[in-house]
Design a protein around this ligand. Structure first.
Ligand SMILES: [Zn+2]
Length: 304
């Protein structure tokens, strides 16, 4: 987890020119625009880039800011969420929240996996900070999905959009290599740590992403077929004719375990390992075998 620095940077360090607007011209919506700051990428060890970007924004003579900027090990709030950050030139500033990773959009492919995970987790941590602020105001946490520009402009919008989708003629951030799937998983995991359960639509989309189906929130024939290609089970409980069909994708096992753990009266370790604890909980919850295939996944979407 990145350290969240105290204070509001652009209030504590007044910028050379105005870098935010006090108050909002439209009610804030649960829509987060995701950026990279194009400030260079720090590839290993302590990461000073969020601090550097904050200092750059304080001193720049053109408009450009975010609500939050983060790097591998720290997060800085530049602008309060109740104010407009100058993060997008296409009209979202008045109602959106802008979060930015202090790195270059084109640098995702060359990162070590640990650096990529740190940056992805920081981005998710920033999203959770924004989600908690929204929820404290009676608004929804942004749904874990990518919006199109038209969707993001709707009054009822909820979700995430890249700056590139807002402004395709001029921007590419946060980059074609931005790991949206891993970002959404981390976001949901961190959000569930706050005691807020994702809704059924979000859970369905999470599941679809994990099984390689298109993430549209609808359980139709394609999703059912993909579910049936993703059996989970404890090998030792079954003979090879059954056990050979188990895929046992650890990320999918984690999803199942966290769904079981979310049920009243269940306490299941989320470790991606399909052991006796998981099997016993499944048998109890489903009232049938300890195998997860199509119908069992669908049952797990609901809270009982
Ligand atoms: Zn941007």
């Amino acid at each position: 987890m990145a350290t969240v620095r105290d204070g509001i940077y652009l209030e504590d360090n007044p910028p050379r020119r105005s870098q935010f607007r006090r108050g909002r011209r439209s009610p804030v919506k649960p829509v987060i625009v995701v950026h990279t700051a194009e400030s260079g990428t720090d590839r290993s060890g302590p990461d000073p880039k969020a601090e550097n970007v904050s200092n750059f924004i304080q001193n720049r003579t053109t408009a450009g800011s975010y609500h939050l900027v983060g790097d591998a090990d720290s997060i800085i709030q530049l602008v309060r969420f109740e104010n407009e950050a100058f993060q997008d030139g296409t009209g979202s500033n008045r109602w959106a929240i802008g979060i930015s990773l202090a790195m270059n959009a084109g640098d995702w492919p060359g990162l070590t996996s640990s650096r990529r995970d740190e940056l992805t987790d920081t981005c998710a941590q920033m999203a959770v900070i924004a989600a908690r602020w929204l929820m404290a105001r009676g608004l929804q946490a942004p749904v874990a999905r990518q919006l199109t520009k038209a969707e993001s402009d709707r009054t009822s919008a909820s979700g995430f959009i890249s700056h590139a989708r807002r402004d395709p003629a001029r921007r590419t951030d946060p980059g074609v290599g931005f790991p949206w799937g891993a970002f959404f998983r981390s976001y949901q995991q961190q959000l569930s740590g706050t005691g807020v359960e994702p809704d059924r639509d979000t859970l369905t989309r999470q599941l679809q992403t994990l099984i390689g189906a298109s993430s549209d929130g609808i359980i139709g024939p394609n999703t059912r077929a993909a579910l049936n290609r993703n059996w989970l089970g404890r090998d030792a409980s079954w003979d090879s004719s059954v056990a050979d069909t188990f895929i046992n994708n650890p990320n999918l096992i984690k999803w199942v375990q966290s769904r079981l753990d979310a049920q009243d009266g269940f306490d299941v370790t989320v470790d991606g390992d399909f052991g006796t604890e998981t099997e016993t909980a499944l048998r109890q919850f489903l009232g049938r075998s300890g195998i997860v295939a199509a119908e069992s996944y669908i049952d797990l979407l609901d809270q009982r």
